[in-house]
Design a protein around this ligand. Sequence first.
Ligand code: PGA
Length: 229
Amino acid sequence: MKYLFLNHKMHLTFEEIGAYKRDFEKLSWDFLEVAVFPSFVYLPCFMEQSYLVASQDVSSFDLGAHTGEIGAKQLKELQVKYSLVGHSERRKKDCEEEIHEKIQRLQEVGIIPVLCVGDEDRRFFEETLKRQLSSAIDSSVQNLIIAYEPIYSIGTGVVLENEEIEKSVAWIKNFVQENYQKNFPVLYGGSVDEKNIGHLSKISNVDGFLVGKASLDVQKVKVMLEELK
Ligand code: PGA
């Protein structure tokens, strides 16, 4: 296991993020890469930390007249190492072409994109994933992490059997290898928490986890770190 990514989504107030940081700073790990994905407005609070900070999204545009957007260059200045793109909660607004552009903007400044993909219906897994992967990736993409998050598992408490996740991740790795000759890490996300992460970590081809709800509670993060040791 290499990565534990903590996606706060649009949770936590300014006061709460202060308390979160104070508790989080007491945790320790040296065996995997942990990154916090706070709301955009809190990114500056995470500069100069000993752990990594990451972004939940990025604009598909270069800096310029784009009200309400946040550019890759701006994120880079805030020491952001990774950025999600195509999270299912964003795909409601972003088309596939924009997701491709976002990956390009991130690459230009050296932020590693975390491309989220996931099926809404297991019967159409291959069709959906083929479309999502091939519209986002092209041969210029050198550095990428893929997060496999089945839509029906996000925030629902419904987690597939380990064998099913393993099969899906193997399919993704194989597709990327065959089409782009790349061996990008693949994370699993969707209702991962302190209770199931130990069991999920037995899946041999999963390189890490993208955690939403359970990442908001530092005590749960602490247990997850212990489970992954
Ligand atoms: P969840 O969210 O852990 O709350 O299911 C995961 C995600 O959306 O990345």
